[in-house]
Design a protein around this ligand. Structure first.
Ligand code: ADP
Length: 272
């Protein structure tokens, strides 16, 4: 589906894309026990851009997405989303740890698709998608259903509204999970190795849906992926991680075609 034919293209990302900074990590440190997973990490993502995180397993990529979803908290440093602190709030001119209400508000800007789909098993496909817009955004059931049907059409599952997740293949479940994340009209879509739990023959269908979304919408994407061809296709910028630090970043042409760091070269020759 192209930008011209995708009826949701203009409607997916919430505010207009103006290239401003949507995500900012400032000196973010995250430790698990004695292990420092992220070490004073600085990075930012401009709105509307598609940024891919690559690097060896254990280098901290998923932790970045989990921090943005507030599934885990940083030990030091700050994270901003669309200009608002995610983990802190300003009170009387001072930064204090954010309360649940503040976190919920800022997190409304963020949608995430996980490796393991995480659909609600007891709900049919349509309800999986309408649940959060109705309960969190206060959308009417009719409007949420109409939009869910459009999104299901976009991911090629218009005829599976009444199925339960277990009646679908892994690839279909993952496409429902993508529709569910988009139903909240997030400004940024986080994709955490979304094809790594799939049988090989189901990977292409999911990546095609994501390619289409990347091409035809304004949504900002932050992806962790081992699918290097996909990363090359959709990314405006690729960040190479090693041991909790960005060791190199650039366009896909640069990172895949002419990387500067030996570590990047080694990593790519092992995975490509
Ligand atoms: P990547 O996505 O690059 O593979 P992760 O961010 O998943 O890396 O993990 C980075 C490191 O943090 C790994 O060594 C991992 O074992 C560790 N880690 C991640 N989550 C936890 C956790 N909840 N408890 C303890 N260690 C964790």
């Amino acid at each position: 589906m192209s930008a011209d034919t995708n009826p949701l293209a203009k409607d997916l990302a919430n505010p207009p894309v103006d290239g401003s900074e949507l995500i900012r990590f400032d000196k973010v440190t995250k430790r698990f026990g004695a292990t420092t997973v992220l070490d004073e990490l600085d990075f930012s993502v401009a709105s509307g851009k598609h940024v891919t995180l690559i690097g060896p397993s254990g280098s901290g990529k998923t932790t970045i997405l989990r921090l943005l979803m507030t599934l885990t908290r940083p030990d030091e440093g700050t994270i901003k989303v669309n200009g608002d602190y995610l983990t802190h709030e300003e009170k009387n001119g001072r930064l204090v740890p954010a309360g649940e209400k503040h976190i919920r508000e800022v997190r409304k800007n963020i949608g995430m698709v996980f490796q393991q789909f995480n659909l609600f098993p007891n709900m049919k496909v349509l309800r999986n998608i309408t649940e959060a817009p109705v309960t969190v955004l206060g959308m009417s059931k009719d409007e949420a259903e109409e939009r869910a049907r459009e999104l299901l059409d976009m991911v090629g599952l218009a005829d599976r509204c009444d199925a339960y997740p277990t009646q679908l293949s892994g690839g279909q479940q993952q496409r429902v999970a993508i529709a569910r994340a988009l139903a909240m009209r997030p400004q940024v879509l986080l994709l955490d190795e979304v094809t790594s739990a799939l049988d090989p023959e189901l990977v292409a269908g999911v990546l095609d849906v994501l390619r289409d979304i990347a091409r035809s919408t304004d949504i900002t994407m932050l992806c962790v992926t081992h699918e290097m061809n996909f990363a090359r296709d959709i990314s405006d910028q690729v960040l190479m991680f090693d041991s909790g630090r960005v060791i190199e970043s650039g366009t896909p042409e640069k990172i895949f075609g002419d990387p500067e760091q030996d570590r990047t070269r080694e990593f790519l020759s092992a995975v490509l």
